[in-house]
Unconditional design. Structure first.
Lengths: 483, 483
């Protein structure tokens, strides 16, 4: 690893974080909360560390793939460590592990929370919590673009190659251009939703909070009862539409901007994502009608909000779906594994992987019947190469394995099945709320410190699509690069 | 498909089944039970159908891979259909679906049961139930050999090839030779265990029943409280050792017979299987000590029996492990996915697949760090080829997918999480008891007919390693072969 270059990059990340903290500071000052000094101090500490690290002199600017992975994985951990300072210093969360958990949950756009009386907390703190969703979502969009295995994109192969390059100098401009456009779309969605939510009757502060949670598909609310607290159908519809939009691949909007209005309808992943959502909504609506909701309309209202919220791995809630029938709950559980589209702020396995896995399965069956025929797995009008298929299959196994290991460790807390299993699912998939004690009206405070650390790790692993974090555990990853 | 040849083979299978039913008939007559006439009738009906079908004139004896798959999948279903006759006709199980479920559970060596008052049932019926485990186990050993994807065996590729051959004439002698030896070992284990169990104090009848359940890794008992009913430590140790042995690849015994006594210790899968079992026993022993059992010895006794029983997918129990701590239960749940060795009577994913998946995962991580290095996945001193790896990865995905679909359908019964999830795991993995209502002291009677059918299907799918059953759902599988 090129330690100096990695540390320098991490330093610059911390400087960015210190700058980001100015926003909650402004909010704290505006509301004259008890958290003003906490933000001052946090900015000082974070900024100081950042400036110090970013002064490191790097030699030649040669960076390898693993340096990129190191920046991403260590960066996310470091952002969370310093991001926990406001919680800790303000005394809102007295325990370090809890603060870290909450910060990780923020930056990974998960919204698993150990907080219990949300409404009583200082406004600056809650703003920071939601703002980390927004920042995390922003990071993820570019990350997908630049770093992570994504079908059809050449960038992965590029970064995987161990040639003494791509130097940041070569790589950056290309990614930077696309990133700029995606950021503009992200910002546009943010502003648009804030305005519309305000018009729908939310206080401006609440509009900000829920917008951050929506566009980052995070899901933290400033209300204990989440979006359900407003009981405002307009707000629910707006949030449903925006979460749906932000669970969609952002490059599709780029194509629409370029005039290709049919782009989403031609996109296999988007069609799959939509079909899964619509089917789930219909099934749940009819499953709950009569049993849980007396009117079909009410049933549709809550089921559509919840399905979109879970599938996009956001985690907002309008009702306690813990009380729903097992069939509806199982559908939600399955959606927690599937997740949003690639290139979106959503987490979990991602729709595209699940779609491809299903196509691979069909191919395998046909192959057994007709061994001499040649079947290819297609996506759009391209053939997916075998290497990618094998990577996705491998990814699926790793995802399930990590999930099982997480369940095993948190089972030491001796809680019920629903809580033990879905805490791991909801953390790894960056959803936030699961079922049982960690249901939409519950929280994660019951877990031991060990479990909270494991779940924090799950959130980061899930958010960074496994590889960057697992690599940290392999000794040769840490070997110094000879320049 | 070569319909005539397939039907003829199925007919011969039914004749075999009719012959097998003579054994429980003898038992019924000996005990002068109420089930004598039921067996008479069942033998008549099964035999008649069998003889009729086996008279079919086939043309040229050319069979394709898919004909083999058809015989296996339809055969298992047909055996279960006719195998349910004794339950139905004797009136022990009045419902057809329930009888079918019980018969499937028998032949797939699962032991998921809808029966509630076991001790009150006619001895012939209980004998039949356990005898189907034994026959099923016998079938599986040869099946693995001849048909199913197994690493390092050339037979799969042979059968997958669509060349106008392998004619049964070419294939059979080779498989037949090996099968004969394995059958002898199987028979030897059976007789040995019956004798030892008898010496340990079990009534002869009970010794038979539990031996069938052991060597077939089935797990049906003639006691409601399973093996726990005897509270006999010797019996428990004997059964533990024999289940462990029968969860091991039978070809290893063949190698031992040929003088290679180190064969098991050189076998990667056997080592993995043993390490997983020993580690699980240690973890559970310490987890339960103090909380559930006051003596370390008691804790070790029950944990080792249960771990081996679950890992080999047998399903006997000495205690109600539903009451154990969540950590121990989670370990058992994970073992339910892993399962026994390939070439054994055990079910689930199989140790060898899990071992290879773990090695593939390690390889993938190393590959990311050193993209230019070439890593191969090894098993023993052979390199596993990429096609096999991709097949195993695909198998894993299908297994989890089928599991999830099963959970979704049985969730319509609106039972608790533990029951809903583990009923599917325990059926698909051919274990039998799960947790919750389907725990070791519970049963499957609570489920709806739809769920029972789905779970029956899961048992067969799991037993036949997915492909043969899924192929039935593909239209081109049914296309008539042009000869």
């Amino acid at each position: 690893m090129n330690f100096k270059a990695v540390l320098k990059a991490l330093g610059m990340l911390l400087v960015c974080e210190a700058l980001l903290m100015i926003f909650p500071l402004v909010v704290a000052i505006y509301f004259q909360g008890t958290d003003i000094s906490a933000f001052f101090l946090s900015i000082l500490i974070t900024g100081l560390f950042g400036v110090l690290l970013s002064q490191i002199k790097t030699g030649k600017k040669i960076m390898y793939a693993r340096d990129g992975f190191a920046i991403v994985s260590l960066g996310w951990i470091l952002l969370s460590l310093f991001g926990s300072l406001p919680y800790l210093i303000s005394g809102v969360i007295p325990s370090f592990i809890d603060s870290f958990f909450e910060a990780v949950s923020g930056f990974t756009t998960t919204s698993a929370s150990i907080l219990t009386h949300i409404e009583d907390l200082p406004k600056g703190i809650l703003f920071w919590r939601s703002f980390t969703h927004w920042a995390g979502g922003m990071g993820v969009i570019v990350l997908t673009l630049a770093m992570l295995p994504s079908v059809g994109s050449g960038t992965v192969q590029m970064l995987k190659a161990e040639y003494p390059g791509p130097t940041p100098g070569k790589l950056v401009p290309q990614v930077k251009e696309t990133a700029k456009i995606l950021y503009k779309i992200y910002l546009f969605f943010t502003l648009l939703e804030i305005i519309i939510l305000k018009l729908a009757g939310l206080p401006l502060y609440d509009a900000f909070i829920h917008t951050f949670g929506t566009v980052g598909t995070g899901g933290a609310s400033n209300m204990n009862a989440s979006v359900g607290a407003y009981n405002n159908i307009n707000v629910e519809v707006i949030i449903t539409i925006f979460t749906f939009m932000c669970g969609t691949n952002f490059t599709l909007y780029y194509q629409i901007l370029k005039g290709d209005f049919k782009a989403p309808f031609k996109d296999d992943e988007f069609r799959f994502y939509s079909v899964v959502i619509i089917t789930s909504i219909i099934l749940i609506t009819f499953n709950l009608y009569g049993d849980i909701f007396s009117s079909l309309w009410e049933s549709l209202r809550h089921s559509s909000f919840q399905v979109v919220s879970v599938m996009t791995t956001t985690g907002f809630a309008t009702t306690d779906y813990n009380n729903w029938g097992m069939f509806s709950k199982t559908i939600l559980l399955i959606l927690m594994f599937i997740g949003g589209c690639s290139g979106s702020t959503g987490g979990a396995l991602k729709s595209i992987r699940v779609l491809l896995l299903l196509r691979v399965m069909k191919r395998e069956l046909l192959q057994v019947i007709h061994p001499r025929a040649v079947y290819s797995v297609r996506l759009g009008n391209k053939t997916v190469d075998e290497k990618t298929i094998s990577e996705i299959l491998g990814f699926f196994f790793m995802y399930i394995l990590i999930f099982m290991v997480a369940v095993l460790i948190i089972s030491l807390d001796n809680l019920d099945w629903a809580t033990t299993i879905t805490a791991a699912v909801a953390s790894l998939g960056n959803i936030g709320p699961g079922f049982g004690i960690v249901g939409p009206m519950g929280n994660y405070s019951i877990f031991s410190d060990l479990s909270k650390l494991v779940l924090s790790l799950c959130m980061i692993i899930g958010r960074l699509e496994i590889y960057p974090i697992l690599l940290l555990g392999i000794p040769s990853f840490w070997k110094k690069t000879n320049l």
